[in-house]
Design a protein around this ligand. Structure first.
Ligand code: NAG
Ligand code: NAG
Ligand code: NAG
Ligand code: NAG
Length: 619
C-alpha cells in the first residue's frame, strides 16, 4: 500500500479555488453535505455511493469540514480511486497565466508559464543561497510573485549573469546598500548590458520592464541567462570526453557543429543505448513516461569506481508503477538522491514541457556526464580549438541582436550566410530576400545553395555596404576561413557601432578620428590625460576608459579602489574588469572583454570608446 504523493502547490491552488466556490459565505467551513459539490468543483469525480459513504463517515465526527479537512480527504483519495481523474483534472490546465496589458505599445496579452516561474525560483534560491548580497530577497516563495519583485533592484540578475559566465560582472560595481531609484537604475543597466554581452537577446526589454516586474519579459530573460550557464560546458573544447559521442563514419568536425541541444540528446541516447533501451528523439513527448529518465539516471549515477565519490544505487522499482504521474514522482525521488532534482515537477515530466526538461537534462549532464575520453589513436586532438575571445565577442554580439538561428559555433552556423543577411539589415543594407536560398536545403545540392548565399553576401558587402573585402569570396565564408570571415564580421560590427553614433549625431559621418577627438575633448575638459589613438599603450591600464566614464558621469569612478601607476598584469586586469562593468553600469552596451583593454586590441578598444561616446551623446 503506497502512500499518496503529497499535494503539490499547484493542486492545492485548484482545491482552494474549488473550496471557495462552495464556501459562499466565506467562513472557511462548508456543510458536510456539500462534499459532493466541492469534489465536483475540483473536477474530482467519484461514484455517488462512495461520496455518500464519506459523508456518513464525516457526520460521525464532530470535526468541521474546513479547507484542511478537505485537502486531507483529497490526499486520502489521491492514492486510491481518484488518482486518474485527479491527474486529468490538473493536467487539463496548461499552467499558462495570462497577464493583461503588460505591453503598453501593443496592448496585447502576454502569457507566462507558472511552472517556469516555479522552476527558476527554485534554481535561483539554490544558486544564490549563500550569497550575503541576496539575503534581502532570498529565498523567494515559488508560489507567489516574489520573483518579479525580487528582480526589481537588479542584484539577483547581476549575480545570475555572473554565475552563468564567470567574471562578467565586477562585484565592486553593483550598488547594494541604501538603494535609490537612481542606483537601482544603474544596477539594471549593468544587468541588461552584461546580459547582452554574454549573448542574451535583450533588444525588446528595458530597465523599466525589470523594475515593474513584467512577468513574461523577466522570465524570458532569466531563461536565456540560465540556459547560457547550463550550456557553457556542453562543448567539445570544454569537455573532450564528448568525443565518446562520435558515431561511426563521422568526423570530429561534424560533432563540433552540433548545437548544445543536439549534443545533449546524443548524450542521453548514448547512455540509453548502453543500457540497452530505445532511443528518444526529444525531451518532450519521448520522456513523458519517465522510463528514459530512469535509465539515464541509472547509467550516470556514480558507481564507486572514482575515488572520493561514493556509489549511489538508483532504485528502479518505480518503473513498475502504472501511473505516469506517480512514476514521474518516484523517478524524481531518485534524481533527488543524485542531487539533480531541478527544474521539473512530476507534472512537467508528464506534460513533456520541452524547456524545463531540457534544463533538467542539461543540469544532469553537468553533474554526471559519465563519459570517458576514448583512447582512440585516430583522433587529432589539436584540431579541437576553443573559440578565441574575438570570436566569442562577435558571436555574443550577433546573438544579442536576436539573429535566427542562434549562433553556437561561429563558422559552422553562418556557412549559409543567413545570419549575415540579418546583420546587413541591422546596418541598413537592404537584402533582396528573393535571392536568398532558405532552409531546408535539398540534400544533394545543400552546399551549393549555401554557397550561392555566401556569394550574394560578399556581393552585398562590396557593392552596397562598401566594405573592404579584397580577396574574399563566398567560398571563404562557406568553408569557414577564419581570417576572412572575421574580416567581414568585424566590418559589420564596426559599421553597426558607427551607425549608432551617426544616428545620434544627426547623420554626420563618423570615423575613428571623430571618436578619438570627442574622447580627448571630454578628457581634456575633465583635466585628464588624452589618448593618441586606439593603440595608445596607456589604455592597458584602463585609466583613459575610467577617466572618460568619470567625465561622462562625474563621481562615478571610485579611484580609491584602483591602482593607477606601476601596475602589474594582474592589477591591469583588475582595473579593466572594473572599467568594463562601469561602462555598462552607466549605460554603454559594451561587448569587449577586460583582456581586450589590457592587451590594447585596437578594434575592441574602438568599440569601447564608441559605445561610451554614444552614451555621452545621449546624456
Ligand atoms: C563574478 O564571478 C567571479 C568569478 O567567479 C567572482 O570572483 C566575482 O565575485 C563575481 N561577481 C559577482 C558580482 O558576483
Ligand atoms: C518527439 O519524438 C516523437 C517520436 O519519438 C514524436 O512522435 C514527437 O512528435 C516528438 N515531439 C516533439 C515535440 O518534437
Ligand atoms: C584563408 O584565406 C587566406 C587568404 O586567402 C589564406 O591565406 C588562408 O590559407 C586561408 N585559410 C584556410 C584555412 O584556408
Ligand atoms: C563629457 O561628455 C558628457 C556627455 O556629452 C558631458 O555631459 C560632460 O559634461 C563632458 N565632460 C566634460 C568634462 O566636458
Amino acid at each position: 500500500n503506497m502512500a499518496a504523493p503529497p499535494i503539490t502547490a499547484e493542486e492545492l491552488e485548484d482545491l482552494r479555488e474549488a473550496f471557495t466556490k462552495i464556501d459562499v459565505d466565506n467562513d472557511g467551513v462548508i456543510s458536510k453535505d456539500e462534499l459532493d459539490a466541492v469534489l465536483k468543483a475540483a473536477n474530482l469525480s467519484l461514484p455517488g455511493y462512495r461520496v455518500r459513504e464519506m459523508i456518513q463517515e464525516l457526520s460521525k465526527s464532530s470535526e468541521e469540514l474546513n479547507f484542511d479537512k478537505f485537502t486531507e480527504i483529497v490526499h486520502g483519495l489521491k492514492s486510491a480511486e481518484v488518482a486518474k481523474t485527479f491527474k486529468k483534472a490538473i493536467t487539463k490546465k496548461e499552467g499558462i497565466c495570462n497577464v493583461a496589458g503588460t505591453s503598453e505599445q501593443t496592448g496585447t496579452q502576454h502569457s507566462y508559464s507558472e511552472e517556469e516561474k516555479v522552476a527558476f525560483v527554485n534554481w535561483i534560491n539554490k544558486a544564490l543561497e549563500k550569497d550575503p548580497d541576496c539575503k534581502h530577497v532570498l529565498p523567494m516563495d515559488p508560489n507567489t510573485n516574489d520573483l518579479f519583485t525580487a528582480m526589481g533592484d537588479g542584484i539577483v540578475l547581476c549575480k545570475m549573469i555572473n554565475l552563468s559566465v564567470a567574471d562578467t560582472i565586477d562585484e565592486r560595481t553593483i550598488n547594494k546598500k541604501k538603494l535609490t531609484p537612481f542606483t537601482i537604475q544603474e544596477n539594471l543597466n549593468l544587468a541588461l548590458n552584461s546580459a547582452s554581452a554574454i549573448g542574451c537577446h535583450v533588444v525588446n526589454i528595458g530597465a523599466e520592464d525589470l523594475k515593474e516586474g513584467r512577468q513574461h519579459l523577466v522570465l524570458g530573460l532569466l531563461w536565456q541567462v540560465i540556459k547560457i550557464g547550463l550550456f557553457a560546458d556542453i562543448e567539445l573544447s570544454r569537455n573532450e570526453a564528448l568525443i565518446a559521442l562520435l558515431r561511426d563514419g563521422e568526423s570530429l568536425e561534424d560533432l563540433m557543429k552540433l548545437s548544445p541541444e543536439e549534443l545533449l540528446l546524443r548524450w542521453a541516447n548514448y547512455h540509453l543505448e548502453e543500457a540497452g533501451c530505445g532511443k528518444i528523439n526529444n525531451f518532450s513527448n519521448d520522456i513523458k513516461d519517465s522510463k528514459a529518465y530512469y535509465n539515464l539516471l541509472n547509467q550516470v549515477a556514480p558507481k564507486g569506481d572514482e575515488e572520493g565519490i561514493p556509489p549511489i544505487a538508483v532504485d528502479m522499482s518505480g518503473l513498475r508503477e502504472k501511473d505516469d504521474l506517480k512514476r514521474a514522482e518516484l523517478m524524481l525521488d531518485q534524481a533527488e538522491r543524485l542531487g539533480c532534482r531541478q527544474f521539473v515537477m512530476p507534472t512537467d515530466v508528464v506534460r513533456g514541457n520541452p524547456k524545463l526538461n531540457l534544463a533538467f537534462v542539461a543540469n544532469l549532464f553537468n553533474k554526471y556526464p559519465a563519459l570517458k575520453k576514448p583512447e582512440n589513436q585516430d583522433i587529432d586532438w589539436s584540431s579541437i580549438e576553443g573559440e578565441t575571445r574575438e570570436e566569442r565577442t562577435f558571436r555574443n554580439w550577433m546573438n544579442s541582436l536576436g539573429v535566427n538561428p542562434r549562433v553556437n559555433h561561429l563558422y559552422a552556423d553562418i556557412d549559409d550566410a543567413l545570419v549575415i543577411f540579418q546583420l546587413y539589415e541591422k546596418i541598413k543594407v537592404p537584402v533582396d530576400w528573393d535571392r536568398v536560398n532558405k532552409p531546408p536545403y535539398p540534400k544533394l545540392s545543400s552546399n551549393m545553395k549555401k554557397l550561392e548565399n555566401c556569394n550574394y553576401a560578399v556581393e552585398l558587402g562590396k557593392k552596397e555596404a562598401k566594405f573592404s573585402l579584397v580577396g574574399i569570396a563566398g567560398q571563404d565564408l562557406n568553408a569557414g576561413n577564419r581570417t576572412l570571415t572575421l574580416a567581414l564580421l568585424w566590418q559589420l560590427m564596426r559599421r553597426y557601432t558607427l551607425n549608432i553614433l551617426e544616428d545620434l549625431g544627426d547623420g554626420q559621418k563618423v570615423i575613428d578620428d571623430t571618436i578619438v577627438s570627442w574622447v580627448n575633448d571630454n578628457l581634456t575638459r575633465a583635466g585628464k590625460s588624452t589618448i593618441s589613438s586606439f593603440k595608445d599603450g596607456s589604455i592597458s591600464t584602463s585609466m583613459p576608459v575610467l577617466d572618460l566614464i568619470d567625465a561622462i558621469q562625474p563621481g562615478s569612478i571610485r579611484y580609491d579602489l584602483l591602482k593607477t601607476e606601476d601596475l602589474t598584469e594582474e592589477e591591469k586586469l583588475n582595473n579593466a574588469k572594473y572599467a568594463i562593468s562601469m561602462a555598462r553600469k552607466i549605460g554603454a552596451r559594451v561587448y569587449a572583454l577586460p583582456e581586450d583593454l589590457v592587451e590594447v586590441k585596437p578594434k575592441m578598444v574602438m568599440t569601447v570608446f564608441a559605445c561610451l561616446m554614444a552614451r555621452g551623446l545621449r546624456a
